[in-house]
Write a protein that binds this ligand. Structure first.
Ligand SMILES: N[C@@H](CCC(=O)N[C@@H](CS)C(=O)NCC(=O)O)C(=O)O
Length: 206
């Protein structure tokens, strides 16, 4: 199995954390994609992942998977270890719901702010920018942080009592927010405490 990714980028980090949670990091081969030199937009890479994004996973039978949620589903089902996507139908539904809220409200919103309202990855890569859209997404990301702070005032983790894929998405979203200069408001104590707890997990702290 191969993972095509770019180390230190936020979405690749999600899959790397998922693999580490399943103690499976050494069971895949990482192939570095040079996003800064537009390798992800070449014909060769688009044949693997038409989304033109990293990460992308190649299974041993030649199937390519893209989108972190789909890749994490595969990793969760394929490797032993804690469940990242939930066990019961209800748990799975809640993990997916919260993961999508974290993705849309936080991680993707920060991404839109970064790519549209800042220099992003630079003029070679940011061929279309809409600053108003980016600024609106920054507001959405700040609202998502407030929402998540409320959730984490009631449950230990984003999707309930157990660590899950949704926590990974929020964690990566906050790392991206730091990088993009979108600050967590000081009063969001639940979110800040949860972040410190998650950062201490061996899959992240190493
Ligand atoms: N929704 C996608 C997002 C993937 C994504 O946006 N990855 C970024 C790196 S963090 C990327 O490939 N960016 C390339 C670009 O902006 O051109 C997923 O879950 O995998």
């Amino acid at each position: 199995m191969k993972i095509y990714d770019t180390p230190a980028f936020p979405n690749p980090a999600r899959v790397r954390i998922a693999l580490a949670e399943k103690a499976a990091t050494d069971k895949v081969t990482f192939v570095e994609v040079d996003v800064m030199n537009k390798e992800h937009r070449t014909k060769d890479f688009l044949a693997k992942n038409p989304d033109a994004s990293v990460p992308c996973m190649e299974l041993d039978d030649g199937t390519f998977l893209s989108q972190c949620t789909a890749i994490t589903e595969y990793i969760d089902g394929h490797f032993d270890g804690i469940s990242l996507c939930g066990e019961t139908p209800k748990e799975r539904a809640i993990v997916h719901m919260m993961n999508r809220r974290a993705e849309m409200g936080l991680l993707d919103a920060v991404g839109a702010y970064f790519h549209h309202a800042t220099d992003g990855l630079g003029p070679e890569l940011e061929v279309y920018q809409n600053k108003d859209w980016g600024m609106m997404q920054q507001v959405n990301a700040l609202h998502a942080m407030e929402y998540l702070d409320g959730v984490l005032g009631k449950t230990d983790y984003v999707a309930g009592d157990n660590f899950s894929m949704a926590d990974i998405t929020v964690f990566a979203g906050l790392a991206f927010a730091d990088f993009a200069g979108v600050e967590i408001a000081g009063e969001l104590k639940n979110l800040t405490a949860w972040r410190a707890k998650v950062a201490a997990r061996p899959s992240i702290a190493g």
